[in-house]
Design a protein around this ligand. Structure first.
Ligand code: PLP
Length: 351
């Protein structure tokens, strides 16, 4: 989280200005909270240029509930097939849930190379009548990120799990049928998930879905079908404003993210093979830099030594091993520079 936002939240925690109470103590129906919710939606619309053709919903259940809500609303009962591009662990989890709701088919799976790449042109074919094409724009565990939206026929809604790269760069939302992201990487605390849904797709939702699972209920009730995660929405609104006012918008955020990730990839590429990047060069993520060291002992010693420099949370996920440096929006350039110099020193001493 950006330090300035944390400090603002700290200052307002006990008494939200004008409310005489904490934001956590006022009702979600209170005008002051409803105004905050609307402001958060409006700032997201402004940052991403989201048109009135889309709903901006604040939901609960994390990104994981979207693995089920998407097929429940957009696939169930259509007689169509949902098609999935699998470029990492989160896409795999998503299709597993989708199969419980209907016919979900993987049309590209990079599992053979342990999800180190993206599909090249011609690697997959989307059926013109597919219910939707699903992909994960940034596979957090493998550190594999799409630079552009994957090719998809106009007749097929594109659905994206943008949980770990939401707000890291500008996007053309008009290319999507639905884009969602849990907040806890770039957009706020855990507890709220943003779903940007093209309004015409809402007609697909079967009427007999459990109430919470039906997007229409959230759209009609303006994300207050039940008590929304008020504190998380309040912080998300502040982060959206930080991006707009302090960073200068998503183009500026992208520039910073490119600079930060390049700094680390350069160290990897100039290490004479001491560090080996997991993702292929064209698939490298701006958010999660994944790499391996020559052996497990060196990896353990890298993590232990890094901790002495206050560099934490570097252990890679067990499915990939090695190191994962997550450098989300809020990670300052100086933090990345510290890691880069540590990596150079460590390679010099141990290479
Ligand atoms: N999708 C992606 C790309 C993620 O990175 C994560 C969590 O790290 C998830 C889905 C799951 O999110 P949640 O724990 O909010 O369900």
């Amino acid at each position: 989280m950006p330090l300035s936002v944390l400090e603002e939240v700290r200052d307002e925690l006990v008494c939200y200005p004008g409310a005489g109470a904490s934001i956590m103590e006022i009702s979600h129906r209170d005008k002051r909270f409803v105004d905050l919710l609307h402001e958060a939606q409006a700032t997201l619309r402004q940052l991403l240029g989201i048109s009135d053709d889309y709903e901006v919903l604040f939901l609960q259940g994390g990104a994981a509930l979207q693995f089920s809500m998407i097929p429940a609303n957009l696939l169930r009962g259509t007689g169509k097939t949902a098609q999935y591009l699998l470029t990492g662990s989160w896409g795999k989890k998503a299709i597993k849930e989708a199969k419980k709701e209907g016919d979900a088919l993987s049309i590209y799976d990079a599992g053979e190379t342990n999800y180190d790449r993206l599909p090249a042109a011609g690697d997959y074919q989307v059926a013109d009548d597919a219910a939707y094409l699903y992909y994960c724009s940034n596979e957090t565990i493998q550190g594999v990120q799409f630079t552009d939206e994957p090719a998809c026929p106009d007749s097929v809604p594109l659905v994206s799990d943008a949980s770990s790269d939401f707000l890291c760069r500008p996007l053309d939302i008009s290319k999507y049928g639905l884009l969602y992201a849990c907040a806890q990487k770039n957009a706020g605390p855990a507890g709220v998930t943003v779903a940007i849904v093209r309004k015409d797709l809402l007609q697909r939702s079967p009427a007999d879905l459990p109430g919470y699972l039906n997007y229409n209920n959230h759209a009609e009730a303006d994300s207050e079908w039940n008590t929304p995660p008020t504190f998380a929405i309040y912080v998300l609104g502040k982060i959206a404003k930080w991006l707009r006012d302090d960073i200068g918008g998503l183009d500026a955020m992208l520039q910073q993210n490119q600079q930060k990730s390049q700094t680390l990839y350069q160290v990897i590429d100039q290490s004479n093979g001491f560090y080996r990047g997991h993702a292929q060069t064209e698939a490298r993520s701006l958010m999660n830099v994944t790499f391996n060291l020559p052996n497990d002992d060196l990896q353990a010693s890298f993590i232990a030594e890094a901790a002495k420099h206050d560099l934490a949370a570097l252990k890679g996920h067990r499915s990939v091993g090695g190191i994962r440096a997550s450098i989300y929006n809020a990670m300052p350039v100086e933090g990345v520079n510290t890691l880069a110099s540590f990596m150079k020193d460590f390679a010099k001493a141990n290479g």
